[in-house]
Unconditional design. Sequence first.
Length: 500
Amino acid sequence: MTKTVNHWIGGKTVEGTSGQYGPVTDPATGAVTTQVALASADEVGAAVAAAKAAYATWGTSSLAQRTAVLFRYRALLDVHRDDIAALITAEHGKVHSDALGEVARGLEIVELACGITTQLKGELSTQVSNRVDVSSIRQSLGVVAGITPFNFPAMVPMWMFPLAIACGNTFVLKPSEKDPSAANLLAELAAEAGLPDGVLNVVHGDKVAVDALLNHPDVAAVSFVGSTPIARYIHATASANGKRVQALGGAKNHMLVLPDADLDAAADAAVSAAYGSAGERCMAISAVVAVGAIGDELVAKIRERAEKIKIGPGNDPTSEMGPLITAAHRDKVASYVTGAAAQGAEVVLDGTGHTVEGFEDGHWIGLSLLDKVSTDSDAYRDEIFGPVLCVLRVESYEDGVALMNASPFGNGTAIFTRDGGAARRFQLEIQAGMVGVNVPIPVPVGYHSFGGWKDSLFGDHHIYGNDGVHFYTRGKVTTTRWPDPADAPAGVDLGFPRNH
């Protein structure tokens, strides 16, 4: 009998009732290992109802109660790192060390949530007028939802729900139906840590479930990470329904390499950032912009390193890169490489024919490197989301920045240089939300916020950090005037005897 991944609602496993199921595949073998229940609108409604019921008490719980649960949760996540990573590898395909890194980055936000007490402090101004004080506080929203992608099935949910519940909200998570098991384990561990039933719920599903969340009147806010077209849809639909929205979209991240850069360090960084996690991450470097005469040497160094990367099953400790999530996605990624030469690129490495012995039915693709790519080619314009690195050539720093700023995406970017003045100028002039200086993937630490510009973000708030706290709370200002006790009516004594 095929294993079924069911929903987690109200603190327990709830079997799907829609009769609809989706396949979950082991990307290394191509075999369907699990089926996941796909929720109907009514099932989503049941999860929202459980969250709404839990909010009645969780929303008024003390900060001490919330943080005590989160500290226990952090300890349990630490103990179960390998278990979570193993589920990620089995359903996503990434190598175990990469999966462990994902869990570690998610834990950063749990740790931030453990210290939520300082983030939720209000403000007070006294005597703004005669006997008038003004105070500002932040309060929770109610039921909030998260819709998360397949490429980080543990980390991205942990970017959302720990902060949301620390702020006093309750949460409904709709993870990717391609790799759903990690989300259920995260919820089970939260319950073990003492999180009350209904505070965190997981419903699996497809567009039916997503639309049910976007349209549900009891959902106050929606967080999303995924592709730009879906982010735009999420933002437009949820906003039209009066919800607060943070929708993080796709990317085409550039790395500008100046002539004075350490080319060995730049090549190491390009290979790691382009091909790590098989390129299935929105912070991958997918375009290297080489300035001046260094292009040939840089491409040669990247090729030399890329050819040594060992591709294999994620549970093989010797593997450095795993398969892609599905066969259909593998074929789409391959199409950009097979069509590159006709659009003017020089195909330095073609990974489209790669297979792994003993795992021939897996969703394999090798590393591809395209040089002298034009800005009007498909390989440059689209977010490929696979192990394909494009190299573009420009004559000057100014040309490189102009090329990069012309991109509709503005997620992350990097510059490699020894020149501090050039780096400072770059961080001010580049139109992107996250900038790395000799750092290829500038994902901020948990107490700074993650988010891009332009078509990489829809909504006003970045995710986690201070922006995350502000997104999951709303401000309230109270203006107060109290009479002086000395002005109390004669005959009423509040313990302030008149001495005059």
